[in-house]
Design a binder for this molecule. Structure first.
Ligand code: FAD
Length: 447
């Protein structure tokens, strides 16, 4: 009886333990990708994410076909689609790699129980994080809320396992199994087609992800610690969408980096990704609720839609903010330093609730994920885990002087600020900063 491998955010053949389990079972393999927008509380993908997913599925489908298999596409609620596929194909086993967000976990646990009741073998595996959330605890058995001791505790655990090799052959189901046509999912934008910048910037898929890791380790890792804060210097890995979609495994990233004999700073950034996922696991409402409830008392003023729009379009009149927002819109990505500055500006100078910013990033980022995006927004807002204190308000002009000294980044993305064509700033940086700090007094007074 065939084995179903249910691909989710692990669109790769190498280091894929669910796929490996199916190969070891030595029966025909049915590779499934399921677009599930129907299970309860599932967060719909943003526009840039849908674009990435389309192309990554094309690549995965080709790679599976080259090895003799077939990627089956289905759409619907997992609780309906997976059991139906088991029935249609007579599958005897279902394998997947675990996910850690609340709604996904509920779906998976229910499905596991019901398939097992029907006599189907089910197994799930660790593949998208190096350390699973329940394995990293403080001395008193609770989870960490501060990064440094968290990462120390991770490093004291046994090293992450070695990555699994990529299979050369995949035995398909033997007969054709019905599959949706990817184009019918309409993941790509049509009118208007805003994806030109994404096409210029990215090549989704596992081979490009592996190539980028190798190139990064060879040419950029040495400069990483020094250059990672300067947005015009392209020395960071740009692996975030690849990790987001699981085109490359964190185990591969870990081991290939360790083999260089360096990379501790880089790996600690990968550690922040782990920390974000652990935080989401323990706090499934991360995208909607303040992790620190005293922030519920924050007196957000009435939303000023023209301010939100100016921020989204990169028309705030503040150079580094505008450059970052334009980079995001054009290419689906934004440098980490500039993410912090644009987020701080929205929350603390425009006094707009972090959730509005989180949603915009969710829609525009190719790397938007359930954990890192809300985690980072709450980090900037001061309401999150190990967060920057609220009163640390980035000054976008000083940040520009420090990290974009020669205006290279601003010239690339918002040259109007250098030729005098930019609008006047929509807020006074100093006055708005003081107003934000006054508002924060309310939070401080909340017991
Ligand atoms: P590198 O510096 O090369 O780091 C290597 C990897 O480590 C990254 O690919 C990423 O997977 C991980 N990483 C690095 N920094 C962080 C961090 N601070 N938090 C979590 N993981 C990190 N990252 C996302 O992957 N998805 C998001 O949706 C996301 N939203 C963010 C929103 C805001 C407001 C901020 C301030 C940061 C956000 N980040 C997010 C974190 C960070 O900006 C990106 O991971 C990073 O810019 C990706 O570039 P890189 O791959 O070149 O990173």
């Amino acid at each position: 009886s065939p084995s179903i491998v249910w691909f989710r955010d692990d669109l790769r053949l190498a280091d894929n333990p669910a796929l490996r389990a199916a190969i070891d079972r030595d029966e025909p393999i049915i590779a499934l990708y399921l677009l599930d927008e129907e299970s309860p509380d599932m967060r719909p993908l943003g526009g840039a994410a849908r674009w990435w997913l389309h192309h990554s599925l094309v690549s995965l489908g080709e790679r599976i076909a080259e090895r003799g298999g077939q990627l089956i596409l289905r759409r619907g609620a997992a609780a309906d689609v997976v059991p139906q596929l088991v029935t249609d194909t007579g599958a005897g086993a279902v394998f997947w790699n675990r996910r850690y967000g609340g709604p996904g976990r509920t779906v998976d646990a229910d499905l596991k129980a019901s398939l097992r009741d029907d006599g189907v073998e089910v197994a799930s595996f660790a593949a998208s994080v190096l350390f699973e959330p329940w394995t990293v605890t403080t001395g008193s058995g609770t989870h960490f809320s501060v990064f440094t001791p968290f990462w120390k505790a991770c490093q004291a655990l046994p090293s992450p396992r070695a990555p699994l090799p990529e299979p050369r052959e995949l035995a398909g189901p033997g007969r054709r199994v019905a599959s949706d046509d990817l184009d019918d999912w309409a993941l790509l934008p049509t009118r208007p087609d805003w994806a030109g910048g994404l096409r210029e910037t990215w090549e989704p898929g596992e081979p490009a992800a592996r190539a980028r890791l190798r190139e990064f380790l060879r040419t950029d890792l040495d400069d990483y610690s020094r250059g990672r804060d300067e947005p015009a210097r392209d020395v960071t890995s740009r692996l975030s969408p690849r990790l987001r979609w699981g085109e490359i495994s964190p185990y591969t990233v870990w081991h290939e980096t360790v083999e260089t004999g360096g990379g501790a700073k880089f790996l600690s950034e990968v550690g922040w990704r782990e920390f974000a996922w652990h935080t989401l696991y323990h706090f499934p409402d991360l995208a909607t609720k303040n992790l620190r409830p005293e922030f519920d008392a924050f007196p957000w003023p009435r939303l000023e839609p023209t301010h939100l729009e100016a921020w989204q379009r990169g028309e705030t009149g503040v150079a580094l903010v505008d450059a970052g927002m334009k980079e995001l819109w054009h290419s689906g990505i934004m440098h980490n330093r500039v993410r912090m500055v644009t987020a701080s500006f929205l929350i603390k100078n425009l006094m707009i609730d972090w959730r509005h910013g989180e949603e915009w990033f969710w829609d525009c980022l190719v790397d938007a994920d359930e954990a890192s995006n809300p985690f980072s927004w709450q980090w900037v807002a001061g309401s999150g885990a190990d967060a920057a204190p609220y009163f640390r308000v980035f000054n976008p002009e000083l940040q520009r002087e420090k990290f974009d000294k020669h205006d290279e980044y601003v010239r690339r993305w918002a040259p109007e600020h250098l030729d005098g064509g930019a609008p006047e700033p929509i807020v006074d940086l100093k006055a708005s900063r003081n107003a934000a700090l006054d508002a924060y007094e309310k939070v401080k007074r909340t017991p």
